[in-house]
Design a protein around this ligand. Structure first.
Ligand code: C2E
Ligand code: MG
Ligand code: MG
Length: 609
């Protein structure tokens, strides 16, 4: 577009044009006009016009209007940005491009300022010829003549759409999860804070649902991350479909999602009932099979629910509590919903304190081995089981069922297991020195995790050597759960232990995954009948049959068999009658410290036997 041609093209407005030209010339050439001769004045004006013409064609759009806001001139960038040609806009009001996004007040304000200061700048959303609404940054200046009268308005604007788009992209990256397009943790926290203060103000209850997908890792590991991503997208869609527009769904990371259900009820009980229904609906919807790229996948969620609105709990705490409830749901067998409650929090806190304390138990020499005797059919002590006790200065005597699971959650169990093995072998070495005790066997419990570590057999060999122990005196108690992991590797390890000369006993036999085929493969020496069956012998016919079957099984496989948890004479009579070979239980004695144990061994009745 040629500036001069256009300029001339609006001949009917020549007066305005002149004024416009005149104003511009005077405003930009003050010094020139007074110093140049009249003969050169016209050519100067031509040069100035050319400069103005060149300057007019910038990347910014320029639109010139008269005082009535009729467009009289536009540049090429204007046409590029708006999509309108010069002919389409000339003589018209810029209002033709308005998007409708700004109200009358906005334009009134703009005019007011323009008239007052001669300037206005701001963001305006206009509409292109194509219909697309876009943002632009506009600066409008009033052009005045030598009498300080406004003759024109010049609007210069740039298209902000690209910048807005990249700003939007940056915002998306900062606040949204790229896979599911759901808000991320950051945005969720903001949203939750607002919801929480609204709930407090309105005295209304809402809830946060903490959702974790069960066994998501397996999907990722077996089918790859692409399938994992597809699954996440589908979960996000189902979650969004299951809640109201006003509620919020976010992905915190990994396979963890949160749902915020706002403003459920003014009554806590009613809210909690309603939330229960919603959570169940979500649980159900996430449990339906997933079709991922034609691949069927079955999954389920574990959901922790936490109501908010009643106490002054912070957003972080509320999320943490919902997370805690989710863990409860997981340990309750997955595909489950659990509400957070303070008792649970108390238990978790107690557990954490216990765990913390327990870390120092070995170093502080608070762990002790207690010994429970094992007797034969003549009630002669033939050995003992070493049982761990934690003697805590304030907690008192802590039983292994409390701390072994904690130790098993971390590698502490390995450290403790090493300590037990070492202490037990040290004891065997001491027993070897006395005729009264040299034939005793000592049974040591080994946890599945400890057994599975690669150097386990080597460690046992080392400890036996260190204390110069006769390996046949050491009996290692295994559990059937070890067979679950890797049967072949377990059996191999058992053979290696046997090669050291150590005996092997299957503890708690009968409650696990016993199968005759695995029993045949394992180099066992002893079956230890689980105390649950022993205690049911006299009351439950099934238990009696089971105990009898286990004894027969052991006999047929040429294995030694011992019953544990023998508490009554009646149980003992039954067991003896069915050819059980050894016994352990409160009927003979509880697990006691070594001094006490040796005291019993040396008591007259034991010596007579
Ligand atoms: P377990 O190996 O089956 O040990 C037998 C448990 O039954 C012992 O409980 C023992 O005190 C108890 N008991 C023995 N006779 C009777 C009875 O007549 N009646 C009743 N009601 N109970 C009886 P404890 O000492 O509390 O040990 C519990 C479990 O902790 C053990 O079960 C074992 O799995 C584990 N454990 C104990 N010490 C160790 C250890 O050094 N290492 C590992 N890994 N686990 C251990
Ligand atoms: Mg045991
Ligand atoms: Mg047992």
């Amino acid at each position: 577009m040629d500036f001069i041609r256009n300029y001339k093209g609006v001949g009917m407005r020549s007066k305005t044009e002149f004024n416009y030209r005149n104003s511009r010339v005077t405003s930009s050439t003050k010094g020139w006009a007074s110093t140049q001769k009249t003969s050169t004045r016209n050519s100067d004006i031509n040069v100035i016009l050319r400069i103005a013409e060149a300057a007019f064609e910038t990347n910014d759009a320029i639109m010139v209007t008269d005082t009535d806001a009729n467009i009289i001139q536009v540049n090429n960038s204007f046409m590029d940005i708006t999509g309108y040609s010069f002919e389409e806009v000339v003589g018209r009001n810029p209002r033709m491009m308005s998007s409708g996004r700004h109200d009358k007040y906005f334009y009134d304000e703009m005019w007011r300022q323009l008239q007052k200061t001669g300037q206005w700048a701001g963001e305006i959303w206009d509409r292109r010829k194509s219909g697309e609404v876009y943002p632009k940054w506009v600066r409008i200046s009033a052009v005045k003549n030598e009498y300080a009268e406004t003759t024109h308005y010049v609007a210069i604007f740039s298209d902000l759409s690209e910048r807005k788009k990249s700003e939007e992209e940056i915002r998306n990256l900062a606040f949204y999860d790229p896979i599911t397009k759901l808000p991320n943790r950051h945005l969720f926290l903001e949203c939750f804070r607002t919801a929480l203060s609204a709930a407090t103000r309105l005295k209304s209850f809402g809830a946060i649902l903490f959702i974790d997908l069960d066994r998501f890792k397996i999907l990722n590991d077996t089918l790859g991350h692409h399938y994992g991503d597809l699954m996440l997208v589908e979960v996000a869609a189902r979650l969004k479909a299951g809640v109201r527009e006003m509620d919020a769904v976010a992905r915190l990371g990994g396979d963890e999602f949160v749902v915020l259900i706002k403003n459920v009820s003014d009554d806590e009980e009613d809210a909690s009932r309603k939330i229960g229904v919603i959570a169940e609906k979500i649980r159900e919807s996430l449990s339906h099979p997933y079709s991922l790229n034609g691949h069927q996948h079955i999954s389920s969620p574990s959901i922790g629910v936490n109501l908010y609105g009643s106490t002054e709990t912070s957003v972080d705490e509320l999320i943490q509590q919902a997370d805690m409830a989710m863990y409860q749901a997981k340990s309750a067998g997955r595909n489950t919903i659990r509400f957070f409650d303070p008792v649970m929090q108390h238990n978790v806190a107690t557990h954490a304190a216990l765990e913390n304390d327990f870390r120092n138990a070995i170093a502080l020499k608070q762990l002790h081995l207690y010994y429970q005797m094992q007797v034969d059919n003549n009630h002669r002590t033939v050995g003992a089981e070493a049982l761990l006790r934690w003697v805590h200065p304030e907690r008192g005597l802590v039983m292994p069922n409390t701390f072994i699971p904690i130790a098993e959650e971390s590698s502490l169990i390995v450290e403790i297991g090493d300590w037990v093995m070492d202490t037990a072998c040290q004891q065997l070495a001491l027993w070897a020195k006395s005729e009264r005790t040299r034939d005793l066997t000592l049974s040591v419990n080994v946890s599945a995790k400890q057994f599975s570590i690669p150097g386990f057999v080597g460690k046992v060999a080392e400890v036996l050597k260190k204390h110069q122990v006769n390996p046949t005196r050491l009996k290692i108690e295994l559990t059937e759960s070890m067979m679950l992991e890797n049967m072949a590797a377990t059996v191999k390890k058992m053979h290696e232990l046997k090669a050291l000369g150590v005996s092997l006993s299957m503890d708690d036999f009968g409650i696990g995954y016993s199968s005759l085929s695995y029993l045949k493969q394992m180099p066992l020496d002893q079956l230890k009948i689980d105390q649950g069956f022993v205690q049911g012998i006299t009351a439950d016919g099934n238990d009696a049959v089971l105990v009898q079957t286990i004894i027969d099984l052991a006999t047929n496989f040429h294995l030694h068999v011992i019953a544990e948890g023998v508490e009554t004479e009646a149980q003992l009579t039954f067991l003896k009658h069915h050819d059980c070979m050894a016994y352990q239980g409160f009927l003979f004695g509880k697990a006691v410290p070594i001094d006490e144990f040796e005291g019993i061994l040396n008591s007259p009745e034991q010596i007579i036997q």
